[in-house]
Design a protein around this ligand. Structure first.
Ligand code: DOR
Length: 430
């Protein structure tokens, strides 16, 4: 990947411009001056402009991932904010929200400030999600107000569920004072027990301990009920089961403050793929059945699920080389997200490009309270340029994360990121 500073004038010509904020698609040029959107239309380039020919390519807002694990501080052997940024750029992401399950967890105003300060040195926009409870122990709430003042964008104990319903209720009440979302990793730990995959025929055949869909959906239902009761904002992360989708659909009718996300891997794989015993497919919540996958795809298409996230979760080769029962949960996902969901949603399930792009841009930005009108004049340029129809095989050479725990290696994907523009730089591949 090549990263260079933008010239004073950069003109993107001959591309199809998708504006997910205004819902428009047109052939147009984009003039970027000093890193900001100057004009979109027919442009006569000033002298010494850098021209980028975008023939047969789509140009849209840089993607926004509401859910990544960048492991800094404490897990820099797996990822740090810089290496995570490189993976993001390769995947067309210009903004991400970093989960707080670091070591130590981001559970104080000081640690929130640390992420904000470090993100200023990184080539993408990184927004910290603060922990809901101190040390993510599920008991005592963090100082949310002070953390928001330092830049926390939402709160989550992700990786760990908030088991105690009263703590969850208090968290929703506290966060509702600031109209900031709570994101709970919904898996009932008693039902999950030592489960490492979805419970069904495949887990029986493989002889692996498993947990059923209600492990998630029962807690999703509790969270939704609490959010409606309190009138607070709840964002349901990495929805994996058909039953959770049903609950979200029903309870969304009672509150406009509920949103939900699905990962690229829950849309792409099913538990049948685990017959390979590939530990890179071990994630929490687990990849479920074909029926669940179909329900997730339908939910994305009918708007029950609002956005796509990666849950990019880097782990070392040594850890993932352990047997299935001891390897940690998680896979990386930033580099493959677009090509995976473009293949599944657009090419296999007839979604249009605009709808897909909204799931990766305006929708997650709206949920996280970040500026969404990125093509208005004077806005800092955050742009992705991609080929929607290129077929390619994902390989280790396409990984920019420090970790390589991807089950997409050697998979044929569709749609390729060509360039990402953010913070006055352009990164390009090919
Ligand atoms: O698979 C997962 N890995 N799910 C999570 O929620 C946490 C994540 C991690 O931090 O590794």
């Amino acid at each position: 990947m090549k990263i260079s500073k933008l010239k004073k004038n950069h003109i993107l010509i001959n591309g199809t411009v998708l504006d997910p904020f205004n819902g428009t698609e047109k052939k147009a040029d984009i003039h970027i001056e000093n890193g900001k959107i100057k004009e979109i239309g027919k442009i006569s380039a000033p002298n010494n402009s850098e021209i980028i020919d975008c023939k047969n390519l789509f140009i849209t807002h840089g993607f926004f991932d509401a859910h990544v694990h960048f492991r800094e501080p404490g897990g820099e052997d797996k990822e740090d904010l810089n290496s995570g940024s490189m993976a993001a750029l390769a995947g067309g992401f210009t903004g991400v929200c970093a989960m707080p399950n670091t070591d130590p967890p981001i559970d104080s105003p000081e640690l929130t400030r640390y992420i904000i300060d470090r993100s200023k040195e990184c080539p993408i926009n990184i927004h910290p999600i603060g922990a809901v409870t101190k040390s993510q122990k599920g008991k005592e709430l963090t100082e949310m107000g002070a953390m928001i003042a330092e830049g926390a964008i939402a709160f989550s104990d992700d990786g760990l569920p908030i088991a105690d319903a009263k703590v969850m209720q208090n968290a929703l009440e506290y966060s509702s004072m600031f109209d900031i979302p709570i994101i709970n990793h919904a898996e009932d730990e008693c039902l999950k027990a030592d489960g490492v995959m979805h419970m069904g025929k495949v887990s029986t055949n493989l002889g692996l301990p498993s947990s059923p869909g209600i492990t998630e959906s029962s807690m999703v239902h509790r969270d939704l009920e609490l959010a409606v009761h309190v009138g607070a904002r709840l964002h349901v992360p990495h929805v994996s089961s058909a039953r959770s989708v049903e609950h979200i659909k029903t309870l969304k009718k009672k509150s406009k403050k509920i949103s939900a996300e699905v990962t690229a891997h829950h849309l792409y794989f099913t538990d049948e793929d685990l017959v390979s015993y590939n530990t890179n497919l071990k994630v929490a919540p687990p990849i479920r059945s074909e029926k669940d996958k179909k329900a997730l795809i339908a939910a994305v298409k009918n708007g029950t699920i609002d956005c796509i996230a990666t849950d990019h979760a880097p782990h070392t080769i040594e850890e993932k080389e352990g047997t299935f029962d001891i390897a940690p949960f998680g896979m990386i996902g930033l580099e493959t997200c677009f090509a995976a969901v473009n293949k599944i949603l657009v090419y296999e399930n007839k979604m249009d490009q605009m709808s897909l792009v909204k799931l990766l841009t305006v929708n997650p930005r709206r949920i996280m309270g970040v500026e969404q009108d990125l093509f208005s004049v004077g806005t800092n340029a955050e742009i992705v340029i991609y080929d929607p129809s290129e077929d390619w095989k994902f390989s280790k050479n396409n990984i920019f994360s420090k970790s390589h725990n991807s089950p997409f290696i050697n998979k044929n994907l569709k749609g390729k990121i060509k360039a990402t523009i953010v913070k006055g730089h352009i990164s390009s591949q090919d």
